[in-house]
Design a protein around this ligand. Structure first.
Ligand SMILES: C[S@@+](CC[C@H](N)C(=O)[O-])C[C@H]1O[C@@H](n2cnc3c(N)ncnc32)[C@H](O)[C@@H]1O
Length: 328
């Protein structure tokens, strides 16, 4: 775990962590990870809204853009996406033009291959193995421009970016849901956890939609979604769908809800999305959702909607239409 490794490195290589350092911590998972470092001048870089919100609430300055400020120490806690991990390391070299970059990760996040690759492109000062993971550090300046990631185009001309959900192509579950919604939506609605925008693009093919609220927690996904959707009827929110409240109750909600949180399976998240959908819909409103067949959302749907039916799905996915939200 990060905390065990960093505590070990702080104890053994203390001078790396002078209080004079201006530190940027890329991708901390929690306020605890930042506060345990006991560093006075620490800024967190976090683009996933629920975590950014937690950090800010704990009094930790949180940024989403590193082009303005310069630091002399960066800690990069790598995400599971290898491309995104490399891009964060590239961003760290720009944020720390002269100083030290520490790269950390559990083995399950792919840290070993990241370090192997780093060794090919820069001189690594040290590597430690501890608590099922590794931590390595190197000095800047160094040129890791080849790690930079830029948005790319996939099938259908859609733009995506490393690390966003389904970045290599349209998600098959969303494709299935799109077949059912394209003709049937009208009025004001929302796309909860809209990703890079596929479902919204498909929904907006009908002129009967007057307004669509697009809520997404991953800022990179939201930014590419703006380009993919490009429609005056849409309002974009970088926000936590679980806390979102529609300005007025909605005619419809579409969603392919997440069931992972920070790379770990969490099926209760999808059930929470069902609850949010129910409280934001008019009595006459409709929820259209798709989910992996094995995910147990029926109880949540029954608890929050008076009627629902499964439209023909596939072996892997189920498309559900739920009506008559129960407002307590
Ligand atoms: C299964 S993906 C579906 C994405 C998109 N609707 C599609 O069909 O391609 C779920 C999305 O929900 C987002 N997400 C996860 N937790 C969220 C939250 N608390 N609030 C808003 N969005 C969230 C994820 O970043 C991801 O883009």
């Amino acid at each position: 775990m990060f905390s065990e490794r960093i505590e070990f490195v702080q104890r053994k290589f203390g001078p790396l962590f002078s209080q004079d350092n201006n530190v940027i911590f890329f991708n901390p998972e929690s306020p605890f990870q930042c506060l345990s470092l006991s560093l006075d001048n620490l800024v967190a870089y976090q683009t996933f809204y629920p975590v950014a919100d937690e950090l800010e609430t704990a009094g930790i300055q949180c940024i989403q853009n590193v082009s303005q400020q310069k630091f002399n120490l960066a800690i990069v806690s790598i995400p599971k996406s290898k491309k995104l991990a490399r891009h964060m390391i590239y961003s760290a070299t720009k944020a720390v033009p002269e100083g030290l970059i520490i790269v950390d990760g559990d083995k399950t996040s792919g840290i070993e291959s990241i370090i192997r690759d780093l060794k090919k492109h820069t001189k690594i000062t040290n590597v430690i193995s501890k608590a099922h993971g590794k931590m390595a550090w190197f000095e800047t300046p160094t040129n890791l421009d080849l790690y930079k990631d830029i948005p790319t185009k996939i099938e259908g001309g859609f733009e995506t970016q490393a690390g966003v959900f389904s970045s290599d192509g349209v998600d098959p579950a969303s494709k299935l849901l799109a077949h059912f919604i394209s003709q049937d939506l009208s009025g004001t609605g929302a796309d909860l956890g809209g990703g890079w925008g596929y479902l919204s693009v498909k929904a907006l093919e009908t002129n009967s939609i007057s307004e669509l609220h697009f809520i997404e927690a991953d800022l990179s996904a939201l930014n590419v979604a703006r380009n993919n959707i490009n429609d005056q009827r849409v309002m974009f929110y970088w926000y936590d769908a679980l806390k979102w409240k529609a300005p007025k109750l909605l005619d419809f909600i579409i969603m392919n809800p997440p069931f992972h949180y920070l790379g770990r399976a969490m099926p209760s998240l999808g059930a929470d999305f069902v609850k949010v959908a129910s409280r934001n819909l008019k009595k006459s409103g409709t929820l259209w959702m798709v989910a992996n067949r094995h995910l147990p959302y029926e109880d949540a749907i029954k608890g929050h909607f008076s009627s629902f039916s499964e439209l023909s799905g596939s072996k892997k996915f189920k498309v559900i239409r739920a009506e008559n939200p129960i407002h307590s």
